[in-house]
Design a protein around this ligand. Structure first.
Ligand SMILES: NC(=O)c1ccc[n+]([C@@H]2O[C@H](COP(=O)([O-])OP(=O)(O)OC[C@H]3O[C@@H](n4cnc5c(N)ncnc54)[C@H](OP(=O)(O)O)[C@@H]3O)[C@@H](O)[C@H]2O)c1
Length: 291
């Protein structure tokens, strides 16, 4: 890619998008544009061309996409309804897209046959992107280590982390690794048509995650098991947690108990040259979020 191409980052204030934005800026080789619904307080670094707008607002997206070469596309919606218009708008301007999809997507199944609701919407967006004529790279990450930020209030307030399915195993991923893969795919050749299944380097149950946090934070933290119903009630009462995501999340955890342990991939290392970061490293990087 020639220097000073422009890359549009959607979801630029999110866990992954913020890292993508920072890493792209750090390359010094591209101009970075960001789309956010809250341009005034997005807290993005100077040097980013910040554009106000909703991804589903066609005029805003068209305007933000003008003159861009590549787009980092994250899908913030629970369904796929606006995806056709979004992908069309991107395809009219850019030649390359890196899609933040999900490890919940099952290969070889049409979107409507995907077993998990999260997989259903991401598979639909993947399909539209594949048919758009854009060069594309799909990232299918496993569960984000950043999901443990949902426990931050509990940890700030005491030593007990309450939740359901403490034995559910996950291969948590550091958002920095997802972003690093995304930046490679946005700025280097050789990633077109690739579907990258990304995982962290280890499998930890939720209860084990709390033990790692206790160790790193130097706190006597412990997991307390809640029933599905109590955890559901708790999450629904949490104003910061999207209600539409409560059942898919808890049902997904329940399924993890019976499923084979998550398979690990070395895709992060293959693409970036460095092994995926551990959950311990993630907690160290986020110490301040829990104190
Ligand atoms: N969490 C997981 O374990 C996991 C695992 C696999 C895949 N994923 C996928 O990763 C994505 C989430 O990424 P993330 O954690 O980096 O995001 P995040 O931290 O949840 O942040 C959400 C981002 O979406 C933006 N956004 C929300 N609604 C928007 C709208 N209508 N128009 C434009 N922007 C909008 C927000 O921007 P503003 O508020 O600034 O507008 C913010 O930057 C989802 O697609 C999820 O399915 C997550």
């Amino acid at each position: 890619m020639t220097s000073r191409n422009t890359i549009l980052v959607t979801g630029a204030t999110g866990n992954v998008g913020r890292r993508v934005t920072d890493r792209l800026l750090a390359t010094g080789a591209v101009a970075v544009r960001a789309l956010t619904r809250r341009a005034a307080d997005a807290g993005l670094p100077g040097g980013v061309d910040v554009r106000q707008g909703d991804l589903a607002d066609r005029a805003a997206l068209e305007s933000a996409s003008e003159g861009v070469d590549a787009v980092f596309l994250m899908w913030p919606f629970h369904g796929a309804e606006p995806a056709g218009a979004v992908v069309d708008a991107v395809a009219r301007h850019a030649r390359r897209v890196v899609l933040l999809s999900s490890g919940a997507v099952r290969d070889g199944l049409a979107p409507e046959r995907q077993p998990h609701p999260v997989g259903r919407s991401h598979a639909a967006v993947e399909q539209l992107v594949a048919r758009s004529g854009l060069s594309w790279t799909r990232l299918r990450p496993s569960a984000f280590a950043a999901n443990t930020l949902w426990w931050a209030d509990q940890i700030r307030g005491g030593d007990v982390v309450r939740g359901a399915y403490g034995a559910a195993p996950m291969a948590l991923l550091h958002e920095a690794d997802i972003a690093e893969v995304a930046v490679r795919a946005l700025t280097e050749d050789g990633h077109d048509g690739a579907t990258y299944t990304l995982t962290g380097p280890e499998v930890l149950t939720q209860a084990e995650q709390v033990r790692v946090m206790a160790d790193v934070l130097g706190r006597p933290l412990r997991w307390q098991e809640l029933s599905h119903a109590s955890a559901r009630e708790r999450l629904l009462a949490d104003g910061g947690f999207p209600d539409a995501f409560v059942d898919p999340l808890l049902d997904g955890y329940a399924e993890l108990l019976d499923a084979p342990r998550p398979a690990l991939t070395d895709t992060v290392e293959k693409v970036t040259g460095a092994p995926a970061r551990t959950f311990r490293a993630w907690v160290r990087d986020h110490r301040a979020d829990f104190s």
